[in-house]
Design a protein around this ligand. Structure first.
Ligand code: FAD
Length: 807
């Protein structure tokens, strides 16, 4: 019996085995995988095996793409049959919004090195002659994807991994996991204990009880999901070629050929879907289990599916598979470290685990071993969910998400389930002002303000809130705007060693003077960007660290796990204790001056400084900094003052044309200033040098985490350059993930974009090769099926000298 391993993986389904294989591929073979039953005996064995390449998330598309390429060659590599069927797929569009989305997603697939074709109804019928296409507008045709035998694929990966020297223990349940004083984990199993440096939770539907063993949680709900297999279909018997997998939003289903039969899987409407076990604790004895059929539940959609492929109706239903499928609140898997724990990782929560196991395992293994993955893992990081994502939240969101598996999510679309979770004291007040909220890391944050009661017509194209957002931008550029950004993650770092500690964990120099503010980044050892923060020096030994709302738990880990035992520091997460109101615009000084005796002149209170001031008698931490590029202050009072502070500012601002401003406008304004965004331009894929932010890396004057790699990179040729682009867009703007071309050749990818309302130009960021990044280079970007010209700009289109900020 193995008693020690560097890494112990709990769970031998597609996700655990995908990781096991890739850890071995990366050269780490001191790994043990522990499975309570037989390999694949959880959700994996009964899956329908589809591995689609048309995926509405760029980084997940890369994961699927990798899995598909591996599945194709696995049989040759290992000698184990995986039953790969490269039948391709067609996703059907039944309205214009879906078709627009196809063009957007096609960009991801094109970026991944393959190509989706948007085809018309005649071509759909030529490829799949058995479809009825009455309500179909077009199809997204992929040819390199297909389906695999999930058990065969797992066995093949397990066989290859075993050959490399890893250990797999079957029929051995993990019953407890304990933290040892030396930092290792003791994994208690039915057959003895194993001490491991790192533990990975790949327990599928059991991921929650496994997480709870170490005092944490995962936002996962297990749903029942059903597919039916028909009897043999004569038309299939008579054909040599397999028909492609059809994905149909009308019937909320996938339909494919299974040998000479048909297979139909249904994602029924949320109100009828049932979670597996209301209490969420599956019995440990459950092994290779299915639930009783419940055809009645899926019948309304099954009928529509049979309308779509009528030849299946005559074949009769031969078999029903009703199995457990894990879902997370946003439908993406959980791949990354557990918040607040060292060396405890998650590899679970996948509802497309057959398509995601190998690819997810590859990129997670890269992240666990050398420390960075090739793809942006932000959207899969477990810490994108906070403590607000408890069981009831997960369940509400998962119900919503499950039924929308084949629904097309529209940009800006807000869905109601599980909300609100985290609100600022201004929540109701701003609602009365017409605030339309968007949820981020549980927070309800202002997206835009509906002053005439209009509702947004969600669309991939500019829509009926375009003018409203323009007016919010105008207020900031010409008068004054007020934005509630209380969701900012906020930390106070104090103690005698606070300064030296922050110098080590951040790439930039810390402010020398009390009241100074700097922009600073957490880097990995390889110099890749892990996070971005605004650091204010409060006094000799105290600092205020602000970062994106969604980064709260990640950055808390950066801070707490970056500290060494002998450092005398204290880290307080004060996110919920302080609010944040941004007052910005040329009139902001006039507004604030009515309420404070503090000297607000640039001489006394310059840009990039902070001070504790009194506003209408309320103590407020005021930072002269903002993300919209105007004269302005971020005001951070204790939450109990937020409401009175807002009222005072609003009243003082009325004569100056004050207006509430939401995040749509903030995005437009920051693009005009060419401010990068964490998670879009600043990700684990790139370095500060790639992002053209060398000035924030003090690698020539100090040592910090990632400094050595940054120094090395400074002497090397660049892989990527971030370019800022003026896009000749017509009625839609860059969202990120669109392919970039030069002379018809694919050369890069966009990261984000927006229409700059003040300058009247559509703007974007993209990473391209160093040869394509020169100012004035004429690139092309595919926007909803149209190739638009895009010109590389030399500097921000608005106030490149920061005169407005310094005003
Ligand atoms: C009907 C159906 C059809 C599907 N079709 C598709 C499809 O076409 N394509 C696709 O991509 N996905 C599909 N899925 C989803 C897919 O099956 C899952 O996403 C995937 O199997 C999840 O893999 P996993 O490794 O996370 O979980 P699992 O396969 O459940 O593996 C987790 C393992 O952990 C083990 N375990 C749990 N607790 C312990 C413990 N304490 N000690 C030791 N071992 C433990 C379990 O026994 C289990 O084997 C389908 C699902 C269903 C239900």
């Amino acid at each position: 019996m193995t008693t020690h391993a560097r890494i112990a993986i709990v769970g031998g389904g597609m996700m655990g085995i995908g990781l096991l294989y890739h850890l071995a591929e990366e050269g780490c073979t001191d790994v043990i995988l522990i499975e309570k039953g037989e390999l694949t005996s959880g959700s994996t064995w009964h899956a329908a095996g589809q591995c689609p390449s048309f995926v509405g998330n760029y980084n997940l598309a890369k994961i699927h793409s990798y899995t598909i390429e591996l599945a194709k060659k696995l049989e040759d590599m290992t000698g184990q049959s995986v039953s790969w069927h490269q039948c391709g797929g067609i996703r059907l569009a039944t309205n214009q919004e879906e078709l627009d989305w196809f063009h957007f997603v096609k960009g991801f697939d094109d970026n991944c090195g393959s190509s989706t074709e948007i085809i018309d109804v005649d071509e759909i019928r030529r490829i799949h002659p058995f479809l009825t296409t009455d309500n179909v507008l077009a199809g997204a045709r992929t040819t390199r994807d297909g389906h695999v035998d999930p058990s065969g694929m797992c066995q093949a990966l397990a066989r290859a991994a075993r050959k490399s020297g890893v250990t797999i223990q079957r029929n051995n349940r993990v019953t407890d996991i304990r933290a040892l004083p030396g930092g290792e984990w003791e994994v208690v199993t039915e057959n003895g204990n194993i001490v491991a440096e790192i533990v990975v939770n790949a327990a599928g539907c059991y991921a929650r009880p496994i997480a709870q063993l170490v005092g944490t949680d995962v936002p996962v709900t297990s749903m029942e999901h059903q597919y039916v297999v028909t009897g043999p279909v004569q038309e299939f018997v008579e054909r040599d070629e397999e028909v492609p997998v059809i994905r149909d939003p009308y019937a909320s289903c996938y339909i494919r050929q299974e040998q000479k039969s048909g297979l139909i899987g249904i994602y029924e409407n949320v109100n009828l879907a049932e979670p597996w076990l209301p209490e969420g604790v599956p019995p440990w004895e459950s092994d290779s289990e299915l639930f009783p059929d419940n055809l009645e539940r899926i019948m309304p959609w099954l009928e529509k599916a049979l309308e779509r492929v009528p030849i299946l109706a005559d074949a009769g239903i031969r078999r029903v598979v009703n199995g457990a499928i894990t879902h997370t609140p946003d439908g993406a898997p959980l791949l990354g470290p557990a918040a607040g724990l060292r060396n405890f990782w998650m590899c679970c929560g996948s509802s497309f685990g057959i398509a995601q196991g190998a690819g997810g395992g590859k990129y997670l293994a890269q992240r666990m071993l050398p420390g960075d993955s090739e793809i942006n893992m932000t959207g899969m990081d477990v810490r994108r969910f906070g403590h607000y994502a408890d069981e009831s939240y997960s369940r509400a969101k998962v119900f919503q998400d499950y039924g929308r598996t084949y629904a097309t999510a529209l940009p800006g679309e807000e869905l109601p389930a599980g909300r609100p979770r985290r609100t600022s004291p201004l929540y109701e007040k701003l609602r009365e002002h017409g605030c339309v909220y968007t949820a981020g890391f549980g927070w309800e944050r202002p997206q835009w303000f509906s002053l005439d009661g209009r509702e947004e017509n969600y669309s991939h194209r500019r829509n009926n809130v375009f003018d409203t957002v323009a007016a919010e931008c105008q207020a900031v550029r010409e008068a004054v705007g007020l934005t509630d950004l209380s969701g900012f993650a906020k930390f106070e770092v104090s103690g005698p060693d606070a300064g030296s500690f922050l110098e080590r964990v951040f790439a930039n120099n810390m402010p020398r003077r009390v009241g100074g503010i700097v922009l600073a980044h957490f880097l990995s050892r390889n110099g890749r960007i892990g996070g971005e923060a605004t650091v204010t020096r409060l006094d000799d030994n105290a600092y205020y660290v602000l970062s994106a709302a969604a980064a709260e738990l990640r950055d808390l880990d950066h801070l707490t796990q970056g500290a060494s035992k002998d450092e005398d520091i204290r880290i307080d997460n004060v996110t919920d204790e302080r609010g944040a109101l941004v007052l910005a615009g040329p009139r902001s000084r006039d507004v604030l001056a009515k309420l404070t005796d503090a000297d607000l002149s640039s001489e006394a209170f310059p840009w990039l400084t902070a001070s504790e001031i009194s506003i209408n008698g309320m103590p407020v931490r005021a930072l002269r900094v903002n993300y919209v590029g105007e004269l302005g202050w971020e005001l951070h009072p204790a939450v109990e003052y937020m409401s009175d502070l807002y009222d005072a500012l609003w009243q003082a601002g009325e004569d100056h044309g004050i207006r509430n401003v939401g995040l749509y406008a903030v995005n437009s304004l920051r693009m005009e200033k060419a401010y990068r965004a964490w998670g879009a331009e600043l990700t684990n894929e790139v370095t500060l040098l790639d992002a053209d932010m060398e000035r924030f890396a003090a690698f020539s004057t100090k040592d910090f985490t990632g400094s050595e790699a940054t120094r090395e990179q400074a002497d090397m040729e660049r892989r990527w350059d971030l370019v800022y682009l003026d896009v000749a867009a017509v009625d839609s703007d860059v969202r990120g993930g669109e392919p970039v071309y030069l002379d018809g050749q694919f050369v890069g990818v966009t990261t984000s974009g927006a229409y700059g309302h003040h300058v009247g130009r559509s703007l974007a960021f993209a990473y391209v090769g160093p040869d394509q990044s020169g100012t004035g280079t004429r690139l092309g970007i595919d926007l909803l099926g149209e190739r638009c010209a895009a010109t590389v700009l030399a500097e921000p289109v608005y106030d490149p000298e920061n005169l407005r900020l310094r005003a």
